[in-house]
Design a protein around this ligand. Structure first.
Ligand code: DP6
Length: 364
């Protein structure tokens, strides 16, 4: 599919007012998206687990205006309180998606959004937030269009979410999601995320992700700025090739459940992401001393117990501890005895691979 396939042909219904509510999950990348070009196109393909518990719930209320207005009509509430801080990001998103949703200026919108994870936990909410909002807009478009196939609905939602935040396009479907064209993954595209179509060993279905909140502060360099620093980065070309070849290596591992190989790839991806930050210009570092201490503890624990738990990182200091569901008991014991000391206020979030976004409410 190309970008023009997401331009609507015309609408058959009129919708005067109503509301849609979607819950969309966060996701954690195994092979990282780091670097982009053009209109939010990834410099390399990435693969993620969709999470379950870490999610955003968004209600989009719409009311038709008498005539289309020049400015978008949008009010944003976060956890029940009007939040003008989110408006610029959402207005920028609306501008980017308007060519594909030409009805946006015909309505006044009110967005109510909240996260299931603690506020300022340092967990990225842009993926789940943009995904939930894209799905709400798609629900309205589906009504205006008099229906569309499920497949197209979700594909376009992912396409739109990408224009809000790249990783958001991986927060629509459940399980393992691929975003970015990869020659060995049929149907993969730079334009949207797809469900990983290859064989998946049962061990990965109930995978857990316990997020160790080592630093809940706002990070000094945003992901968007970090992607920008990959332009002209001395190791960029090599890194983009490496991500593709790591996916080629991951494909058989996902099928055969070889956790040793899985751990090697996932941990290397996390450290490479942070190595890119530390070797760019200007260089910076998002890991904190506690991040390294937790990583060392995880390595020691794995060495001593043989438990196949590993870590990954996103663009921040928190550590995601990944492990098979059947290891839950001993990993939780390890977390509570060895790792909570490094977490701010002893906080961590237990999550697992989830089923993807779903519609909560549809009021017309
Ligand atoms: C390190 O999707 O947050 O989490 O497209 O600028 O919104 P923008 O960036 P974003 O980048 C996420 C990067 C990452 C790795 C990943 O999720 O693949």
């Amino acid at each position: 599919m190309t970008e023009s396939d997401f331009m609507p042909g015309g609408y058959v219904n009129d919708m005067l007012s109503g509301a849609f509510t979607w819950k969309a999950p966060s996701n954690i990348a195994l092979v990282k998206y780091w670097g982009k070009h053009g209109n939010q196109l990834p410099a390399n393909p990435s693969v993620s687990f969709t999470l379950d518990h870490c999610a955003t719930i968004t209600t989009l209320r719409f009311e038709k205006r008498d005539k289309p207005a020049e400015a978008f009509g949008m009010e944003v509430f976060f956890e029940g309180v009007i939040n003008d801080g989110f408006r610029p990001k959402i207005l920028g998103f609306m501008e980017r998606i308007e060519p594909y949703l030409p009805f946006l200026r015909n309505y006044h919108f009110t967005v109510h959004t909240s996260n299931s994870f603690p506020h300022s936990s340092g967990i990225a909410s842009s993926a789940s937030g943009m995904s939930a909002l894209a799905l709400c807009f798609m629900s309205l478009e589906r009504e205006l269009s008099g229906g569309m196939s499920e497949a197209f609905f979700y594909r376009k939602a992912s396409f739109l979410a990408r224009l809000g935040s790249g990783s958001a396009c991986r927060s629509i479907g459940g399980g393992l999601i691929v975003w970015g064209t990869h020659k060995e993954i049929p149907g993969s595209s730079d334009l949207y995320g797809i469900g990983y179509p290859g064989e998946v060993h049962p061990v990965f279905r109930g995978y857990r992700d316990t997020v160790l909140l080592v630093d809940r502060g706002k990070k000094q360099v945003s992901s968007t700025a970090g992607h920008g620093l990959m332009k002209g980065h001395p190791f960029a070309a090599q890194r983009f090739l490496q991500a593709s070849s790591n996916i080629s290596e991951l494909i058989p591992v996902l099928g055969n459940g070889d956790l040793r190989a899985f751990i090697r790839l996932v941990e290397s991806e996390a450290l490479t992401l942070h190595a890119m930050m530390m070797t760019g210009s200007p260089y910076y570092m998002l890991m904190q001393p506690a991040t390294l201490q937790v990583i060392r503890k995880i390595w020691e624990f794995r060495e001593e117990s043989g438990c196949p738990a590993c870590f990954t990182l996103d663009a921040g200091a928190n550590v995601h501890l990944l492990y098979p569901g059947e290891e839950k008991k001993r990993v939780m014991e390890f977390i509570n005895s060895e790792l909570v000391a490094y977490c701010e206020n002893e906080q961590y979030i237990c999550d697992r691979v989830g089923e993807g976004a779903f519609l909560i409410n549809n009021e017309e």
